[in-house]
Design a protein around this ligand. Structure first.
Ligand code: ACM
Ligand code: ZN
Length: 770
């Protein structure tokens, strides 16, 4: 094989490095593993593979792992040199070793042979994943391949490293659930949170209550769901949509996960999010009225009656069958978003409140969860609930899953309860991955970038060291309202899950975004080998419309440093052979650029089309600066509107002058509006870009031009616009409304190629009223 040449080359490079004062190549990491291992020591040489492998397990508990390692090696690009062979040149030994300190820890030694020693079976499996990553990235020749000799010492930072999947909003067959579990294992995560029931479908067979799946697993829905389309928006299709897992299928999946040392936590939602159960057994709702399984969006009746003892008998029966299927010590009972209107009007619920001396419906929910907690505790299981279970008093033995930010998790940890962090701003992998939503299949409004996930720290600063011990770890949540297809689920979770795996596994001190980026490409290649779909961003630095005054340059940036920006100027789609963008280049007066980000293997992200257009700057407003006073006029409204245009019809609650564009001071918590009116001083003739971030709608008008239109109800997101302006003063108008939920408002500006900044106070003016 070509080892000699390669080694000559490497020692040649080391020599060169010594002369030029560069870092010696042996100091650089020579393998790339995600999540980043705790420690790697290289021993200089390589181990060659050219004639098959022999895998030997020292313990029968590892026999299956050995068999799986052979199977996995068959998938690799190096497969022909990894065939099972008794007289192989390389032996891989799998061992259990009590002396390894940490649960799930392992040591991987690559020397003349390979040894993987695990504290436990999980440790050995994690070691196998590292070895497979190392082999996958080794260049292969016709004679074989080689990997660096090293000793890797590795163990996880957190004990709970999870991924969730909602199979109610869309049903996914058992084969896909197994593929998802494989993905969890590849990331050295250890928990699969299976969201089995919700309003839009009950997905687990319960023998004692057959209607849960005969009725509750099926809804009237759109039949043929294309990529990402939201089925509950479809009309006129009467096909039934749904599915469920038989108990046999569930046993098989739980066993499949256990073989990979992954715990499956089932979630049975209660008391809310239960419309599918209620459609099957209306007697457990407050009214008892017959309903149907809703196909999406907001539902009618979806809360179980807390006043009827039969409800609890039903739930205990269900949970008894669930516990027989799932050995997990944790059982998730939901508890989120229980809309309690029906409890307020139900005589039985009200009687329960009276009989038990409860204060209100929150305490009734707390009574509900406590009763289930007692039941689960009596069966030696631990209840997990979403953070709403804190309201009205937390059940004694409950573990809290904090999703509405981290406050619930902090409170629970301070009370001495265990916590799993899944805050919506970092861990919701159903959100978009980029600001350019039109380049992704439809999702929820907000976006959570890969960098943001990578920067997430699961232990809040507010906690003492003792309280921090209650943070068991974190989890990515995958709600599937907008994910009809398996490929979309993969696209949404990857590679954000890859970033989260490192947050949860690797030491906090070593976390380094640039280093992660270097290791990401080989990891993505492995995902491709295993047939997973993933998100690739679009090149940044240009909007879809780019205007300029005299001349301009195409300037592009790659969000992924390892990827290549390719482009065309002839309106054809970029391909692997297209020009690679290296540095800014000038454009003609009318240029159409098509660009995409390419990986080394030819895979690429969405194609972005950018129109460059030469314009004349619009003339400023003719005014005598003497008439202008500092600051903008603003009007604050306490009204409910769903478009900026509607604000004007109302009378403001307050008016005044302000130096900044943002949420008006003293605004009420939700449902309000504001307008900002005045003049903007433009310091010099140029093209200006504006970015308006708001929740909900907003508009930015300058003179006659609607520069940014971000109107309509939506979550926090940004919209952009560009305009050519001359030095001088321009009349401006910003309208904004909040329709409920969160709120935000920010206007930023960018001149030419400068960075974004908020407009400084000295640039706003208003005219005194005549
Ligand atoms: C949730 O997102 N409702 C837990
Ligand atoms: Zn009731």
């Amino acid at each position: 094989m070509k080892t000699i040449n390669l080694q000559l080359l490497i020692s040649g490079m080391a020599l060169l490095a010594a002369f030029t004062g560069c870092k010696s190549s042996t100091e650089e990491p020579r393998v790339s593993v995600i999540p980043k291992p705790v420690n790697i020591e290289y021993s200089g040489k390589e181990l060659e593979f050219d004639d098959g492998v022999k895998v030997v397990s020292s313990d029968t508990a590892l026999d299956l792992a050995a068999k799986r390692l052979y199977d996995r090696m068959k998938e690799l690009p190096q497969a022909e040199f990894l065939t099972e062979s008794k007289k192989a040149s390389v032996t891989v030994r799998l061992k259990l070793d009590e002396r390894i300190g940490q649960a799930e820890g392992y040591q991987l030694k690559i020397g003349r042979d390979v040894t993987i020693s695990g504290k436990d079976r999980a440790g050995v499996l994690h070691g196998i994943e590292s070895l497979l990553q190392i082999i996958h990235q080794a260049p292969v020749t016709e004679d074989g391949f080689e990997i660096p000799r090293l000793t890797m010492t590795d163990y996880p930072r957190f004990g709970y490293r999870g991924m969730h999947l909602d199979v109610s909003r869309h049903f996914f067959p058992p084969e896909f659930i197994k593929k998802y579990i494989d993905l969890i294992a590849m990331h050295k995560m250890n928990t699969f949170h299976w969201h089995l029931t919700d309003d839009q479908g009950w997905r687990i067979e319960i023998k004692k209550y057959p209607k849960l799946t005969e009725v509750g697993a099926w809804r009237v829905d759109h039949e043929n769901l294309p990529w990402g389309e939201r089925p509950d928006r479809a009309e006129g299709d009467s096909a039934a949509y749904g599915g469920f897992y038989t108990q046999d299928q569930i046993r098989e999946i739980v066993a499949y996960a256990a073989e990979r040392e992954i715990t499956v936590i089932p979630e049975i939602e209660m008391p809310g999010h239960s419309a599918a159960a209620i459609a099957a057994y209306p007697e457990y709702s407050c009214s008892g009225a017959q309903t149907t399984v809703p196909s999406g969006g907001h539902t009618g009746t979806n809360i179980l009656c807390a006043g009827k003892d039969e409800t609890f008998t039903f739930l205990e029966d269900v949970l008894t069958e669930v516990m027989a299927l799932f050995p997990s010590k944790y059982i998730h009972i939901g508890g989120d978003e229980a809309w309690k209107k029906e409890w307020e009007n139900c005589p039985l619920c009200q009687k329960r409140i009276q009989d038990k001396g409860l204060k209100d419906e929150h305490e009734l929910q707390s009574y509900f969860i406590r009763r289930i907690d007692k039941f689960l505790t009596s069966k030696d299981r631990i209840l997990i609930g979403w953070d709403e279970i804190l309201e009205g008093g937390l059940a004694e033995n409950a573990t809290v899953m904090s999703w509405r930010g981290e406050a619930g998790g902090i409170k629970a940890a301070q009370m001495g309860h265990d916590v799993i962090m899944t805050p919506v701003d970092y861990c919701y992998f159903d959100y978009y991955q980029s600001e350019e939503k039109e380049m992704e299949p439809p999702a929820f409004n907000g976006y959570i970038s890969l960098d943001k996930v990578y920067a997430y720290e699961p232990v809040p600063e507010e906690l003492t060291a003792e309280e921090s011990k209650h943070i068991l770890g974190a989890q990515g949540n995958v709600w599937t309202e907008y994910m009809a297809a398996e490929a979309v689920v993969e696209y949404r979770v990857l590679p954000r899950m890859t970033a989260l795996s490192e947050v949860l596994w690797s030491p906090k001190e070593g976390r380094d975004r640039n280093d992660f980026m270097k290791r990401l490409e080989p990891f993505l290649n492995q995902l491709t080998t295993r047939n997973y779909n993933f998100f690739i961003p679009a090149p940044q630095g240009a909007f879809k419309e780019m205007i300029f005054l005299d001349s301009t340059h195409v300037r592009l940036e790659s969000p992924w440093p390892f990827a290549t920006i390719r482009y065309t100027l002839d309106r054809t789609e970029p391909v692997v052979q297209s020009h690679a963008y290296e540095k800014p280049f000038p454009v003609g007066d009318q240029t159409v650029l098509k660009t995409a980000l390419f990986l080394e293997n030819g895979q690429h992200g969405p194609v972005k089309t950018v129109h460059y257009r030469k314009v004349l700057p619009i003339p400023p407003y003719e005014t005598d600066p003497g008439e202008l006073k500092p600051g903008l006029s603003y009007k604050y409204y306490e009204v409910s509107v769903s478009s900026v245009g509607a604000i004007k019809k109302f009378t403001p609650k307050r008016t005044g002058v302000t130096n900044r564009i943002g949420l008006p001071e003293g605004h009420r918590r939700e449902v309000f509006a504001a307008e900002f009116i005045g003049y903007l001083k433009v310091p010099e003739t140029a093209v200006y870009s504006f970015r308006l971030t708001s929740d909900d709608g907003s508009q930015f008008q300058l003179g006659e031009s609607l520069v940014v239109d971000h109107d309509g109800p939506h979550g926090s997101s940004a919209a952009h616009g560009q305009i050519g302006l001359q030095k001088g003063y321009y009349p401006i108008y910003i309208g904004y409304f909040d329709g409920g939920g969160g709120n935000s408002l920010k206007l930023e500006v960018k001149r030419g190629n400068d960075g974004w900044q908020e407009i400084p106070a000295g640039y706003f003016f208003h005219k005194l009223k005549r």
